[in-house]
Design a protein around this ligand. Structure first.
Ligand SMILES: C[S@@+](CC[C@H](N)C(=O)[O-])C[C@H]1O[C@@H](n2cnc3c(N)ncnc32)[C@H](O)[C@@H]1O
Length: 268
């Protein structure tokens, strides 16, 4: 695991980013499987349809290691018992559940737009009293300003139509002096690592999805690598955080950079 700090340089252009997202609708084949008009609806329908297989998918894609990365990411975030924590795009609730159990003094909210994902998360969270799951759009959260001490998003930012708006909305609901944490695929550096990463995510994984995991269904194994092509590298994400007024923006690599976490602080 390594830690890097980046300076602010040029930042992501929202118009270009959204144009690429719209291109992605056709590139991943959303139209062949879902009836929708806009990115947000395609994306929600996709996750609603995937929900029952989502945990198994994570096990396969991460070679059984995704919970380990998530635990490390929570550890790096330096939570204190008593913190109010939001886990945005919570999916089946891995991060929210882990935090609620590990820090019984924290109040944890997991939020997602997919009803089916939330149903699974709620089942997994039954009986945990410091945890609740709510249906909410990351771009328009039903929380007052500064409601949380720490806001997490894991494999979620890439799904938002407007990346900067998503980050600003997380900043709005997080208190001054608090922090925002993002976990997602990274971009490994070095020829060999990069070649292995490309072979695994762009060739092997979509093939496995098509032939074994998702026969005759939408191939979710194609979505992750394709959406990754359009998603900023960790260095650029750090510049985006910094351009949006965050301080002490830093990143942590897992698995030689295949997975990356960024932490961005909000000025007290
Ligand atoms: C790849 S899953 C990540 C789930 C979980 N955080 C994890 O790391 O396993 C992405 C989740 O983002 C949710 N999502 C997509 N767009 C969203 C939005 N605008 N607001 C809230 N959730 C959203 C999807 O429904 C899905 O559950």
């Amino acid at each position: 695991m390594s830690q890097e700090v980046f300076e602010e340089k040029e930042v992501l252009d929202t118009e270009t980013y959204q144009k690429k997202k719209l291109e992605l609708i056709d590139k991943v084949g959303f139209r062949d499987h879902f009836k929708a008009d806009k990115w947000e609806d395609f994306n929600r329908d996709f996750f609603d349809g995937l929900a029952h297989k989502y945990d198994a998918l994570n096990e396969v894609l991460s070679l059984g290691m995704h919970r380990l990365f998530k635990k490390r990411a929570v550890h790096n975030a330096g939570l204190k018992n008593g913190d109010r924590v939001l886990d945005l795009c919570t999916g089946s609730g891995d991060i929210a559940l882990y935090i609620a159990k590990k820090y019984p003094g924290c109040r944890v909210v997991g939020a997602d737009v997919s009803k089916n994902m939330l149903e699974i998360a709620r089942k997994r969270g039954e009986g945990i009293s410091n945890l609740e799951f709510i249906e909410a759009d990351a771009l328009n959260l039903p929380f007052e300003n500064q409601s949380f001490d720490v806001t997490f998003i894991s494999f979620g930012l890439r799904n938002l139509f407007d990346l900067k708006e998503g980050i600003l909305e997380m900043k709005r609901v997080t208190r001054a002096g608090g922090r925002v944490v993002n976990l997602d695929l990274g971009k490994p550096k070095g020829r060999i690592r990069n070649a292995l990463y490309t072979l695994y995510f762009l060739k092997l994984i979509p093939f496995l999805g098509r032939t074994v995991f998702h026969r005759n269904e939408f191939n979710s194994f194609k979505y992750l690598p394709e959406s990754g092509k359009y998603f900023p590298a960790p260095e650029e994400l750090l510049r985006v955080f910094s351009s949006l007024g965050f301080e002490d923006c830093r990143s942590y690599n897992f698995m030689f950079g295949a997975i990356n976490q960024q932490i961005a602080e909000i000025r007290p």
